[in-house]
Design a protein around this ligand. Structure first.
Ligand SMILES: Cc1cc2nc3c(=O)[nH]c(=O)nc-3n(C[C@H](O)[C@H](O)[C@H](O)COP(=O)(O)OP(=O)(O)OC[C@H]3O[C@@H](n4cnc5c(N)ncnc54)[C@H](O)[C@@H]3O)c2cc1C
Length: 391
């Protein structure tokens, strides 16, 4: 009789790893969730996280089913009623409205830490998940029937299956020799939050410019969150500005559409890259979330793709005998099920990034004509809205 400390160990308790543990709460699996950092459950309510996500309707359904969404606080959420996209020529624009699709909202904007808090609270009620925080994995050994982890507190843990939910630079992926190709966009996502002079009415806005992509996401209380994807020169310029200068610069870049702005959360910059991992499952190990893929944030789909992994992997694991959860054949079912959606999203985001961050005059005309044409053909718009909401 083999002895295990758990059926399943998840390394990484970010949004995706924590959601996976919760998605398995109604199974007989005994789960350990390991997170290097300590959870943050409280913060001054007047402050807003720099990391803010557009959660698709499909992700919200998953988060509701696993019991996390109801634990988010309504006053920290902002429904997106419409999305306005502008090209870099006058009159080239595309607008999607929730009402056109017969839904109340296209997505919800929520802070990273608010969603993470809801996941921690829901996990506290799960009898089959043990959460270990403040401890990191340091060593991994794989045998025919187990994955054994050594931790930086000196202890070891053995399980039938190990999940790498440990982010874009995944330690698990490297330990298990799962090759990843990373293409740096040589760009950064500069994020910051602002209070706005004018109401945003729940409209998300995006401007495609020759070198930059600027997105404004609506936040509660007449505030908004910016993601400005740009090259290093612009990043240095933006991070070097005073609070008032940055607010004025961002307002100008967004054509003063929300009037004057006031900085409420200082800016931070994240390097942007495309990560492709051809094999996300091997015997005893599978990857989810940013460990398995990263995309350019222009479509706001990174964490939504991770929640798609959660839904699929939980379905596969719940459908097999607990003894078989680490079998390569079982895990390959998960890998196959995710391949197409992940590749599609990576190709679309990568294609849009190269189409728009490009000075070729022919491409410039084509992309702007493309935006306006899409705007004028209702059935194409409906298809795009449906895909964005349900991915
Ligand atoms: C500028 C920017 C804007 C974005 N905007 C959006 C958006 O609007 N919508 C969207 O869907 N996505 C967006 N994304 C993408 C999104 O941030 C990621 O897809 C998401 O955070 C990935 O979650 P994750 O849980 O997979 O990984 P992470 O959030 O990276 O979590 C990994 C966790 O693993 C832990 N960990 C790592 N190694 C170990 C170890 N050895 N032992 C124990 N624990 C470990 C870490 O502490 C961390 O908590 C954006 C990304 C950027 C850069």
């Amino acid at each position: 009789m083999k002895s295990y400390d758990a059926d399943l160990i998840i390394v990484g308790g970010g949004l995706v790893g924590a959601a996976l543990a919760l998605a398995l709460k109604n199974t007989t699996l005994d789960i350990i969730l390991l997170e290097g950092r300590e959870p943050q459950l409280d913060w001054p309510l007047a402050s807003w996280d720099q990391r803010v996500y557009a959660i698709s309707r499909a992700s919200r359904r998953l988060l509701t089913d696993i019991g996390a969404w109801p634990l988010t606080r309504p006053e920290r959420l902002c429904p997106v009623s419409a999305m306005r996209i502008a090209g870099d020529q006058p009159h080239s624009r595309l607008e999607f409205a929730a009402l056109e699709s017969g839904v109340d909202e296209l997505a919800f904007i929520v802070e990273n830490r608010e969603l993470q808090r809801a996941l921690w609270l829901a996990l506290a009620q799960c009898s089959n998940v043990r959460v270990i925080t403040g401890v990191s994995a340091q060593g991994l050994e794989i045998s025919a029937d187990a994955a054994q982890l050594s931790l930086d507190n000196g202890s070891t843990l053995k399980a039938k299956l190990l999940i790498g939910a440990d982010g874009a630079n995944s330690w698990v992926r490297q330990q298990r020799d799962m090759p990843a190709s990373a293409k740096s966009y040589e760009q950064y996502g500069v994020v910051a939050n602002f209070a706005c002079e004018k109401p945003h009415y729940g409209v998300a806005q995006q401007w495609f410019m020759p070198d930059d992509i600027l997105a404004w996401l609506p936040l509660p209380d007449q505030q908004m969150s910016m993601v400005w994807s740009c090259y290093q020169d612009r990043r240095d310029e933006l991070l070097g500005l005073s609070a008032d200068q940055l607010a004025a610069r961002v307002s100008l870049a967004g054509q003063s559409s929300l009037g004057s702005l006031k900085l409420i959360t200082p800016p931070a910059a994240f390097p942007l890259k495309l990560t492709q991992v051809p094999q996300i499952a091997r015997s005893r190990v599978a990857l989810v979330g940013d460990a398995a893929h990263t995309v350019h944030p222009l479509a706001g789909q990174g964490v939504n793709l991770g929640f798609g992994d959660v839904a699929e992997l939980a379905k596969v694991l719940a459908s097999v005998h607990p003894e078989r959860i680490g079998d390569a054949l079982v895990l390959r079912r998960y890998e196959r099920a995710r391949r197409e959606s992940v590749l599609l999203m990576q190709t679309v985001c990568d294609g849009l990034q190269s189409l728009f961050n490009n000075h070729n005059p022919i491409l410039k005309s084509l992309r702007n004509i493309g935006l306006s044409m899409t705007d004028s053909v209702p059935w194409i718009k409906r298809q795009l809205i449906r895909h964005a909401m349900d991915s």
